[in-house]
Design a protein around this ligand. Structure first.
Ligand code: SAM
Length: 293
């Protein structure tokens, strides 16, 4: 992991300029950058969208925000404008190297630390973040979110921009058509809500999917111990791999056979004929507890 710091520890953002289409074009030209789909590189070119994300996330002076995938710095500058200290984790070496330069020009007094690494591998950060705010790379948005919630308990809340389907899934309640494994796993850590659509036109290049904002508030430190989290998530994965099947069948893979599965479900106070899409995260936790005896 490489990291670079810009601005002293007592620095606060004074005047900050945000990036628009012309600045994004210039920066991309300077870096000879062709955005890649593989890394989900769709950069925000609209300052109003950036300020909306920062407002919805309730970022305040004194916050330490972790941003995953800062790209050319559109959202980073908005976070710095609000007076937050930012730790930005970027996998693309050219972008990670350019960001402190851009920030030193457009937000000279701001406090930014850039970590050049894969967000999925990060286990420690130079500062303890209290919020997570990001326009996430779409192909890894759920694993990245779950990874950060698991490894950084100091993160109490956040707002992320994700592909619309993923956002609705994260915030879905039991019984909804889109309720699935990401919904239950996200609910382990706290409460989730969708917080507005985002036009495709605010990105360069324009993506071929719609985006939404999703906000979360962490509740406690997760529902239970790490052992029970791992077991609960195994059971959740099995339940949604065969979501049309009754739980006594879908869970037979992880609970022995269908008879054992039925016994465990009864011990957890749940009908073995139920389907995973009806269960809350608390129900899945009860099954995990019953399965461990
Ligand atoms: N935040 C910028 C914005 O709003 O304009 C860029 C957002 S773009 C959707 C996603 C960014 O995440 C890109 O800069 C990409 O290089 C970066 N990225 C992709 N995969 C990553 C990973 N595994 N770890 C860290 N950054 C990643």
């Amino acid at each position: 992991m490489d990291s670079a710091d810009s601005g002293g520890p007592d620095a606060a953002a004074s005047s900050v300029s945000l990036l628009g289409p012309a600045e994004i074009r210039d920066l991309a030209g300077l870096l000879d950058l062709t955005p890649t789909k593989k890394l989900g590189q769709n950069f925000v070119i609209d300052a109003n969208t950036v300020r909306k994300i920062v407002r919805v996330a309730k970022v305040e002076p004194g916050d330490t925000v972790v941003e995953i995938g800062p790209g050319l710095g559109s959202l980073t500058l908005g976070l710095l404008e609000a007076g937050a200290a930012v730790v930005a984790v970027e996998i693309d070496g050219r972008l990670a190297a350019q960001l402190p330069v851009t920030v030193s020009q457009l937000a000279p007094d701001a406090r930014l630390t850039v970590v050049h690494d894969d967000a999925l591998r990060i286990l420690s950060l130079p500062d303890e973040p209290t919020r997570l705010v990001a326009n996430l790379p779409y192909n890894v948005s759920v694993p990245v979110l779950l990874h950060f919630l698991e490894h950084f308990p100091s993160i109490r809340s956040g707002v992320v921009m994700v592909q619309a389907e993923v956002g609705h899934r994260l915030a879905a309640e039991p019984g909804s058509k889109v309720y699935g494994s990401p919904s239950v796993k996200a609910a382990w850590y706290g409460s989730w809500r969708t917080a507005g659509q985002v036009s495709r036109q605010v990105f360069w290049p324009v993506p071929n999917v719609d985006s939404v904002l999703v906000g979360f508030e962490r509740v406690g430190s997760g529902l239970d111990t790490e052992e029970l989290r791992v077991r609960t998530f195994e059971i959740v994965d099995a339940a949604f791999q065969q979501r049309r099947k009754m739980l006594r069948q879908s869970l037979s893979v992880v609970l022995g056979d269908s008879q054992n599965a039925a016994r465990t479900l009864e011990a957890a106070g749940l009908p073995p004929t139920e389907r995973g899409e009806q269960l809350t995260v608390h129900d899945f936790l009860a099954i995990a507890k019953a399965s461990l005896g």
